[in-house]
Design a protein around this ligand. Structure first.
Ligand code: MN
Ligand code: MN
Ligand code: MN
Length: 271
C-alpha cells in the first residue's frame, strides 16, 4: 500500500484535472490518494474514481498562528459537512476582501480599477495574485508576470496586501466538525526554530490536531527524523504526502517519497 495524502488539482493551484490526478497517482504506484486543494473541495464534484486506486477526501486549509501562515490538512472529511462548507465560504470571503484591497492599492498607484477583470479571470477559482498579474499583463500595464510582481504585487511592493487567515484553532474545528483528521502540513517549511516548532505542535495538539505530516515529498533524512521524533514526543499520528502540483517537479511527484519511519503511527490506521 502507498498512501499519498497531499496533492493538488486544478480546483486550486494544481495543473491536472482531478481524474487525471488519480490516474497519474495510480501509474506511480499510489493505492490511496487524497486531493487536498487549497480551501476548496470543488475538485470532488462529479468525480468518479477510476479502478485500482482509493480516494480519501481532503482539503488544505490556510490559517494563522502568531501572524504566520500555517497550512492544515483535513483528511477523511465529510464533504457535505455544514460547518466545513461554512468555513470554506469564509475563506472565500477573506480572499475576495483581499482582492478588493489589492485593486484599491493599484488604483492608488495610478492604474485603473481592474478588480472586476480579475474576478472574471479567476473564473470562480480562488482569486489570488497570479490573477492580478495576468490582468496587468493583459492590460499592457506591465511587460510580463515577473514585472507585475516586481513592480506591484510582490512582497513589500505597493499592492502587496497580506492575506488575513482565521486562527489555527478555527480551521481545526471545521475539520473535526466534518469528522476528519487535522494534520499539520509540511512543518519543516515554516522555517521555525526548534523551540517555535514545538510550540506550534503543542498549540496544534491542544486545539484538537491529530497528526503531523512527517513526510512531505522527497526530503532529507534529518528532517524525517526530526519530524517523526516530534510526532512521537507529542503522541500524534503521522501523515505522508507529495504535495504534488504539476508533473515535472522531481521533489514533489505523486507517491515519490520514502515510507514513514517504523516508529510512526500512520494516520490512516486511526480511521
Ligand atoms: Mn499550492
Ligand atoms: Mn501548503
Ligand atoms: Mn499543498
Amino acid at each position: 500500500m502507498k498512501f499519498d495524502l497531499h496533492s493538488h488539482s486544478r480546483a486550486s493551484d494544481g495543473e491536472l484535472a482531478p481524474v487525471d490526478l488519480l490516474n497519474r497517482a495510480r501509474a506511480h504506484g499510489v493505492t490511496h490518494l487524497s486531493i487536498t486543494d487549497h480551501d476548496t473541495v470543488s475538485g470532488y464534484a462529479d468525480l468518479s474514481t477510476p479502478s485500482g486506486i482509493e480516494l480519501i477526501t481532503g482539503i488544505e486549509l490556510s490559517s494563522s498562528w502568531r501572524r504566520r501562515g500555517i497550512h492544515v490538512l483535513g483528511l477523511n472529511i465529510d464533504l457535505q459537512s455544514d460547518e466545513l462548507l461554512a468555513g470554506i465560504a469564509e475563506q472565500g470571503v477573506r480572499r475576495m476582501r483581499r482582492a478588493r484591497r489589492i485593486a484599491d492599492r493599484l488604483v492608488k498607484a495610478g492604474l485603473p480599477d481592474i478588480h472586476d477583470d480579475v474576478i472574471a479571470a479567476a473564473a470562480g477559482a480562488n482569486v489570488g495574485r497570479p490573477h492580478f498579474a495576468h490582468c496587468l499583463v493583459e492590460g499592457g500595464y506591465v511587460r510580463d508576470v515577473k514585472q507585475a510582481f516586481r513592480k506591484y504585487l510582490g512582497d513589500g511592493r505597493r499592492a502587496d496586501v497580506r492575506q488575513a487567515w482565521p486562527p489555527l484553532g478555527d480551521v481545526v474545528d471545521w475539520i473535526r466538525a466534518a469528522g476528519g483528521s487535522a494534520v499539520l502540513a509540511h512543518p519543516a517549511h515554516y522555517r521555525l526554530t526548534r523551540t517555535k516548532l514545538r510550540e506550534l505542535v503543542s498549540d496544534f495538539k491542544a486545539a484538537g490536531g491529530d497528526g503531523i505530516e512527517v513526510i512531505s515529498g522527497t526530503q532529507d533524512a534529518a528532517t524525517t527524523r526530526q519530524l517523526s521524533d516530534l510526532a512521537g514526543d507529542f503522541d500524534m499520528s503521522a501523515s505522508a504526502g507529495s504535495d504534488f502540483h504539476r508533473p515535472g517537479v522531481r521533489r514533489a511527484e505523486l507517491g515519490g517519497f520514502e515510507p514513514l519511519p517504523e516508529q510512526c503511527r500512520p494516520i490512516w490506521e486511526t480511521w
